[in-house]
Design a protein around this ligand. Structure first.
Ligand SMILES: *Cc1c(COP(=O)(O)O)cnc(C)c1O
Length: 222
């Protein structure tokens, strides 16, 4: 299957209001250009060095999303051009993004990563931790960060009921926090959940943004 036909298939199977981040990590420039020719403009990368090289080489109307685990010492390299950072998984990282953004006088769009999976290895805040954080008001001081919503990853399993459950937990947390703390803030509108294996379930559970790699570009072959 070609990238073009893969994209056609996916686009036909997702509602038009759901945003598609084409996860191009470990795939070459040519593959991204193929998706670009199909009018895709949102691409996701997980390594700062790779992202910066691709940013330099590719058309400037691409919206770059950072979807990996971001190290604080590398934030400054992506701040000037990044459209959305998906995986803010600690207060320290949020604070560092805020610092670096303040230095160049910009506001950086961020999603807070929520730990919803059973696996211990996945990063993110627990729902309780996050609710406490919002109630404490501790997030208000980050003036150079625009909180746009949440991101989460479900357990890697064939148990669809489990995946439904985890995504539904994230969706209700998102709705709660939005109603309580962002009722008048249209920026807080993104719920990033769903990958190649589980994007259909994620959309059923209310995802507004899916991050799909393998289904578009094929295996990454690390
Ligand atoms: C790699 C990655 C994806 C894409 O995964 P696929 O299974 O290839 O669709 C999505 N989200 C995150 C956070 C990733 O690291």
């Amino acid at each position: 299957m070609s990238i073009q036909s893969n994209l056609k298939f996916i686009r036909e199977h997702i509602p038009s209001e759901v945003q598609l981040v084409c996860v191009s990590k470990f795939h070459p420039i040519d593959a991204i250009l193929e998706a670009y020719a199909c009018n895709e403009r949102m691409f996701g990368e997980s390594k700062v060095q790779e992202l910066c090289a691709k940013y330099e080489a590719l058309p400037k109307d691409i919206e770059w999303h950072f979807i990996g685990h971001l190290q604080t010492n590398k934030i400054k390299h992506i701040i000037p051009f990044i459209s959305l950072i998906h995986g803010v998984d600690s207060l320290n990282l949020l604070s560092e993004i805020d610092n670096q953004a303040a230095k160049i006088g910009c506001k950086v769009n961020c999603l807070i990563q929520v730990h919803i999976a059973k696996e211990e290895t996945k990063f993110g805040f627990s729902p309780d931790e996050l609710l406490n954080l919002f109630h404490s008001g501790a997030l208000k001081k980050f003036q150079n960060v625009q909180l746009c919503g949440f991101m989460g990853m479900a357990t890697f399993t064939n148990d669809e009921a489990q995946i439904h459950l985890e995504f539904s937990v994230l969706k209700s947390l998102f709705d709660d926090v939005k109603a309580t703390f962002f009722a008048n803030d249209y920026n807080f509108s993104k719920l990033s959940m769903g990958m190649s294996e589980d994007y259909e379930i994620a959309i059923e559970e209310g995802s507004t943004m899916i991050r799909v790699g393998t289904l578009i570009f094929g295996d990454r072959g690390y």
